[in-house]
Ligand binder design. Structure first.
Ligand code: 3PG
Length: 394
């Protein structure tokens, strides 16, 4: 793919789509990782003397009312702090004020405009990729840099729509995500071990199948493991079960049973509650009246053995109910085990596991933590991502 380094930026109006869809609470940004990850591309364009026109979506906007707490203003303020340069914020997504702001930009200046999904209120123009909107935004710039990996699974006017009308290159973050996640899936250094967790098989079925095809071992933990245990005929008590996925789990075990690694012990609780009474049991002795909420210590040891010597590791999804301290040990143990691998390229496929690694202070010990949630899942599923396909080839 063509990157931002392949084009001349000096004096150009550079449209830069980032994914600045950060978590917020009462107007405060609670995790600015996506903003921090967007900085290298912004800095590069400035250094090259380009004029940065930056934009993103934030949350979902369905009504006028939604606009109040979905403004990108706090993101522009955080960017001003992080870059130590003024980011001019234009509270519109089109029109004279925006166009005037752009023509006032100097080389190396930055302007950011309002949440692209403000265009969704009458008729989903942004998230439905309205061709006129994509064309309009494209008309505001000379070149398009798509650095929004987190949005790459969406076909929006602000990524695909603009890309259809203008020369399109990737930014550094997009390229990094392609190199790490794409690299692991397409040409992994082996052994390649995937660790998949999370509550539901149905959310991860595409990933499980694709990864079973590419990886040497696939470790399965979290709530979805119990559907696999059910398929093996085990008692799972009141643990999470997707009845309609049992046959699928059985087929996967029959076809690739030697590749799949399941827990050997689990933490069984009397209730789904932070202070519920609990004890660790073998997976062959799950009490009928209890609910399993985490993997046990022996399982963490077993997973460590499987990880030993791996050259590529991809992790997606928690091993238990890690929001509750009593049931977080499995996820912490796995996170630590991967973080401690020296020889491997270690990748976290976004979402909850990325948040867990950051909260636990292991972020720097991974080769790559994806900024995508849905996008990294779909990438791991082997699906084509429209926001990636729209980038011009070299
Ligand atoms: C994400 O957070 O996964 C992306 O920013 C996409 O957001 P969406 O799920 O609201 O489309």
């Amino acid at each position: 793919k063509k990157t931002v380094e392949d084009v001349e930026l000096k004096g150009k109006k550079v449209l830069l789509r980032a994914d600045l869809n950060v978590p917020m609470s009462d107007g405060e940004i609670t995790n600015d990782n996506r903003i921090v990850q967007a900085l290298p591309t912004i800095r590069y364009i400035i250094e090259q003397g380009g004029k940065v026109i930056l934009f993103s979506h934030l949350g979902k906007v369905k009504t006028e009312e939604d606009k109040k707490d979905k403004t990108l203003q706090p993101v522009a303020e955080r960017l001003t702090e992080l870059l130590d340069t003024d980011v001019a914020f234009v509270p519109h997504t089109r029109g004279e004020a925006l166009e005037q702001g752009i023509s006032n930009l100097e080389d190396g200046g930055i302007l950011m405009f309002e949440n692209t999904r403000f265009e969704d209120i009458d008729g989903k123009k942004e998230s439905g990729n309205d061709p006129e909107l994509g064309k309009y935004w494209a008309s505001l710039g000379d070149i398009f840099v798509n650095d929004a990996f987190g949005t790459a699974h969406r076909s929006h006017a602000s990524n695909v729509g603009i890309g259809n009308n203008l020369e399109t290159v990737s930014g550094y973050l997009m390229q990094k995500e392609i190199d790490f996640i794409g690299g692991a899936i397409d040409a992994p250094e082996r052994p390649f071990v995937a660790i998949l967790g999370g509550a539901k098989v149905s959310d991860k079925i595409g990933v499980i199948k694709n990864v079973l095809d590419k990886a040497d071992r696939v470790i399965i933990g979290g709530g979805m493991a119990y559907t696999f245990f059910k398929a093996q005929g085990k008692e799972i008590g009141k643990s999470l079960l997707e009845e309609d996925k049992v046959d699928m789990a059985r087929t996967l075990l029959e076809e690739s049973g030697d590749k799949i690694v399941l827990p050997v012990d689990v933490v069984a609780a009397e209730d789904f509650a932070p202070d519920a009474k609990h004890r660790t049991v073998s997976v062959d002795e799950i009490p009928a009246d209890m609910e399993c909420l985490d993997i046990g210590e022996k399982t963490v040891e077993r997973f460590k053995e499987v990880l030993e010597g791996a050259k590529t590791v991809v992790w997606n999804g928690p091993m238990g109910v890690f929001e509750m301290e009593n049931f977080a040990k499995g996820t912490i143990g796995v996170c630590k085990a991967i973080a401690e691998l020296d020889e491997a390229t270690t990748i976290i496929g976004g979402g909850d596991s990325a948040a867990a690694a950051m909260d636990l202070g292991y972020a720097d010990d991974f080769s790559h933590i994806s900024t995508g949630g849905g996008a990294s899942l779909e990438y791991l599923e082997g699906k084509e991502l429209p926001g990636l396909s729209v980038i011009d080839d070299k």
